[in-house]
Every structure is written in C-alpha cells, then in structure tokens.
Ligand binder design. Structure first.
Ligand code: AMP
Ligand code: ZN
Length: 113
C-alpha cells in the first residue's frame, strides 16, 4: 500500500516510537495519546479495517492478540489492566485505514458500556 500512513510507519519511512515488533506485528506510541498509556498495534500486512477481515487474512487479528500480553507487560499494565479498542469506519471515528488496535492503560475511566 503506497499511500498508507501505517504502512509507512511499519517500513520506517515515517518515524515512530516503537514499543514492540515481531515478524507479523508492530506497536508504537500514539502521537496524540488519549490515555496515560496509549499504544497503536498494527499487523504488518495492509488490511484497511475490520470490514476487510476474511477467513484468509483473519490470522492477522490472532497475531495482534497473541502479541498483546507481551506488549502489556512491556508497558507495565498487565496487572493494572487496559482496554483494547478497534474503530471501524466513519461512525466509529476511524481516521487511518490500516486496521489497528489501541491499547489504552492507566486511568481509562473504568467500564465503557
Ligand atoms: P483511529 O482514529 O482509530 O483511526 O486511530 C488512528 C490513531 O493514529 C489516532 O489515535 C492518531 O492519534 C494516531 N496517529 C496518527 N498519526 C500517527 C503517527 N504519525 N504516529 C503515531 N500515531 C499516529
Ligand atoms: Zn497500510
């Protein structure tokens, strides 16, 4: 994907503050944090949004969730807790169309629903 912000972050064209990386997943600090701990987790393959998940590419989601416990440990929120958020599409406020999961910790206001 030539014009995707997160593809450019993954390939190093745009700088980021890396938190974690393996062969499938990249995680970096959000540039405009909405919580004391706010990290964006992306699959290295370009998938635009949750709308584009299929049986063929859904392992990318499992790869993210497999990495989450390690990322939470690095961030020091494993025991205190954290929220994982995926925004899909306009009504949910998605601004970058490379699927991503926000990991938010610290004071995140308790339960959201
Ligand atoms: P969403 O609004 O759910 O699509 O999430 C996109 C997130 O990417 C927002 O929280 C932005 O603050 C974040 N973001 C945008 N550009 C950058 C960047 N260059 N580095 C880190 N985070 C970014
Ligand atoms: Zn992308």
């Amino acid at each position: 994907m030539n014009d995707c912000l997160f593809c450019k972050i993954i390939n190093g064209e745009i700088p980021s503050k890396k938190v974690f990386e393996n062969d499938k997943v990249y995680a970096f600090y959000d540039i405009a944090p909405q919580a004391p701990v706010h990290v964006v987790i992306v699959p290295k393959t370009h998938i635009a949004s949750a709308n584009e998940i299929t049986a063929e590419n859904s392992s990318a989601v499992a790869d993210i969730y497999t990495a989450i416990p390690e990322i939470a440990k690095i961030l020091g929120v494993s025991e205190t807790g954290y929220r994982i958020v995926n925004n899909c599409g306009k009504d949910a406020g998605q601004t970058v169309f490379h699927i991503h999961f926000h990991l938010m910790g610290g004071d995140v206001g308790g339960k959201m629903y």
